[in-house]
Design a protein around this ligand. Structure first.
Ligand code: TRP
Length: 354
């Protein structure tokens, strides 16, 4: 992916969906960890306002948010290096959403692919979670624009599925600036798609709603059970290239086998990966051994994350503590942006804020 430049402001958010899976890790967290090592200023938040569009159980939102944060920390995200916060701890985001709404065209929102997909799903199944006809769901991209613009992000790491939302955020900002003056800073995308993982069922994408995930907190028995269930055929498709690059291997293999090799290429030492690749080329019967090896590497990868997740120091209280501290770090920047927008639009600074 393209990399951050010195002192850039990076921002990304993830909705609290409960347990984090390998798709989340290699699609997002892995990049967050890398960016955390640079001198970029990183803001990562849990999008609990956004979750309100689909989660209706109030206990679940709170729990899922804290569990995600515990997993973040267990993966190595450091709340002292990166500013890790909860979206709703920055309520001025809601005010900015309201202001941006004034320059947002309804037709633009209605053409959003995520919105259209949701709408189509509901027409098929009216009992689906959340209220798809809500103002909140239609306005999802405006809230996301506010998240990004409020911290004056330079770059936003997004997967393919969020790219259109980011473009909408840039359009909204450009429109605001055109009408009210150069107030908002327009960000650029940081691509992160190279490592998109297929699902364990061999389908294109690993996702919670597809129910095909390998989770970071899966214990060794669960890992083994899930890996054993990955569909493999006994007839390898011929590899029509000599390249050993994993990106090239995936499309040439039956989908389930492709997932196993992708996991192996990410987790195992290169010689192990190349040895299995050699076996694939030779067309032997080796899927049992391959699955066992993949499962071992996955369990080894999970072990320290599970341990840190359950570390008594990584508890709800310590999470709440760093959330409070980090909300304080991000609030001044955010308020400055909101106040600048208010002034530009003519309602002036708030009398109640310091
Ligand atoms: N919509 C994103 C998702 O579903 C989460 C998100 C909310 C986000 N606000 C954001 C991502 C701002 C990047 C920047 O994954």
């Amino acid at each position: 992916m393209s990399t951050a430049q010195s002192n850039e402001v990076i921002l990304s958010g993830i909705r609290p969906t409960g347990r984090l899976h390998y798709g989340n890790y290699f699609g997002a967290i892995w990049h967050f960890l890398r960016l955390q090592q640079t001198d970029a200023c990183c803001y990562y938040f849990i999008a609990d306002y956004h979750a309100l569009t689909t989660i209706t159980d109030r206990q679940e939102i709170y729990r899922a948010t804290l569990d995600m944060l515990r997993t973040y920390v267990a993966c190595g995200l450091d709340p002292e290096k990166s500013v890790i916060y909860r979206q709703s701890d920055l309520p001025c985001t809601a005010e900015l959403t309201l202001l941006l709404g004034m320059v947002t065209n309804i037709g633009h929102l209605e053409r959003g692919t995520t919105y259209k997909d949701k709408l189509a799903k509901v027409q098929d199944d009216p009992k689906i979670a959340g209220n798809p006809l809500s103002y909140g769901l239609l306005g999802y991209p405006v809230l996301m624009a506010a998240d990004i613009l409020i911290v004056r992000a330079d770059a936003v790491p997004v997967g393919d599925d969020q790219r259109q939302h980011l473009e909408m955020a840039c359009d909204i900002a450009a429109k605001f600036n055109h009408r009210f003056g150069e107030v908002l800073h327009i960000p650029r995308p940081l691509g992160r798609d190279a490592l998109r993982l297929p699902g364990l069922d061999g389908s294109e994408k690993m996702g919670k709603s597809e129910n095909n995930t390998l989770d970071l907190l899966d214990d060794p028995q669960t890992v083994l059970r899930k890996i054993k269930a990955v569909p493999t055929t006994t007839d390898p498709l011929p590899l029509d290239t000599d390249s050993d690059a994993p990106e090239v291997v995936i499309p040439k293999m039956p989908p389930g086998v492709g997932v196993l090799y992708r996991l192996l290429s990410l987790l195992a030492p290169e010689d192990v990966y190349l040895e299995f690749l050699g076996q694939y080329r030779a067309g032997g019967k080796f899927y049992g051994a391959l699955k066992k090896t993949v499962a071992e590497h996955v369990s080894n990868f999970n072990a320290p994350i599970i341990e840190k997740y359950h570390d008594p120091a990584n508890n709800d209280t310590s999470i709440e503590d760093f959330l409070r501290e980090n909300a304080k770090r991000v609030t001044p920047v955010a308020l400055e942006t909101v106040e600048a927008c208010r002034e530009a639009m003519g309602i002036g600074r708030s009398l109640y804020r310091a």
